[in-house]
Design a binder for this molecule. Structure first.
Ligand code: SAM
Ligand code: SF4
Length: 326
């Protein structure tokens, strides 16, 4: 699968639900976001069939995301179905970790290889402000992170969205954790979508975050863990984990983009932003084949995104990242 700019597409991010047990301020509005009706969502057999047909076209890697993917019923069953597809050699999950104590072991047995956990703060009061949920959810997140380690997932990546006045003061503490723990902490620049423009003043660049860390002790460039995503990594000399930065706003990495996204209701999006998408559910249900629709999507994959700090105009009418899987 190659697009018109010669980028090889091998990676599909699958959103299995747009719903979530948190309401992170940068990702979802507190209320009023319309959910995809359940009847319009792809079932697991349909998702696995899409993966099968795309694997025949060159797909190799799959990440399951959402909303919060673990609130979808019996997710390990879907993992098992995807793991059985010839050609798929890497399956990973993005999660807020709250439900990992219940599912980590079964997910691992089903063939899940890696997890990314969202953790924006090490402070429970800040968590309550950012996730708009009670402090016990913070404890559950930390317990979930431990469950991922106990189940043997490796590497464990931690995603932290930078926000001035909410968690930017914690950047050095997050970085210091990687000295002792084999965790890969990735600082992500806040991206503007329709419902989070109230956070515009909170934007912090990853360059600023790195400057703060280097005030604590020198980081050195590092190849980072397996995954070949857009993050650029560093390590403290002798550190067990790494510090990564993901820079969609300050330095876009669109020229290296190797991914497409499948929404929970079966739309294939070629860019996280922009409004280019092609329906796969219709062709799948009508003719059983999606190849032509996938080729059409590939042909329309935009060269780059046009996000701008302080404006939602580049986000293609998206109200929230939870609608497409971040
Ligand atoms: N619920 C899961 C989680 O939180 O990891 C998976 C879905 S979440 C939408 C996937 C990723 O998108 C998370 O790492 C989250 O921090 C990131 N994200 C969501 N909205 C964002 C925004 N406006 N800017 C930057 N990252 C965002
Ligand atoms: Fe939910 Fe993840 Fe979005 Fe937070 S970032 S609201 S956990 S989907």
């Amino acid at each position: 699968m190659k697009d018109q700019f010669g980028r090889q597409i091998r990676y599909l991010r699958i959103s299995v639900t747009d719903r979530c047990n948190l309401r992170c301020t940068y990702c979802m509005p507190e209320e009023g976001l319309p959910w995809i009706p359940k009847a319009e969502m792809l079932n697991y057999e349909e998702i696995a069939e899409i993966v099968r047909q795309m694997a025949d076209m060159g797909l190799e890697r799959v990440r399951i995301t959402g909303g919060e993917p673990l609130i979808r019923h019996d997710l390990p069953r879907l993992v098992e179905m995807i793991a059985a597809v010839d050609g798929i050699d890497d399956i990973s999950l993005s999660t807020n970790a709250i439900l990992l104590p219940r599912f980590a072991g079964r997910l691992r047995d089903a063939g899940l290889q890696r997890v990314n956990v969202s953790l924006d703060t090490l402070d429970k009061d800040a968590f309550v402000k950012i996730a708009r949920r009670p402090a016990r959810r913070f404890e559950e997140t930390l317990i979930g992170l431990r469950a991922a380690e106990d189940a043997g997932f490796s590497p464990i990546k931690i995603n932290c969205v930078l926000m001035r006045g909410l968690n930017d003061n914690e950047v050095p503490a997050f970085a210091q954790m990687t000295r002792r723990r084999p965790w890969h902490v990735r600082f992500i620049e806040l991206m503007p979508v329709g419902e989070n423009l109230h956070l515009t003043d909170r934007y912090v660049s990853t360059d600023e975050a790195l400057e703060r860390i280097n005030g604590v002790g020198g980081l050195e460039p590092d190849p980072g863990p397996l995954g070949n995503g857009p993050a650029v990594y560093y390590r403290f000399p002798g550190g067990r984990g790494t510090v990564g930065v993901i820079t969609p706003m300050s330095h876009n990495y669109c020229d290296r983009c190797n991914r497409m996204r499948l929404t929970a209701d079966g739309r294939l999006r070629t860019c996280l932003f922009g409004d280019h998408e092609v329906d796969l559910k219709g062709p799948l249900r009508e003719s059983g084949t999606i190849e032509a629709a996938v080729l059409e999507a590939l042909a329309g994959k935009p060269k780059q995104h046009y996000l701008q700090i302080g404006s939602a105009s580049g986000s293609g009418g998206l109200a929230a990242l939870s609608q497409v899987g971040g």
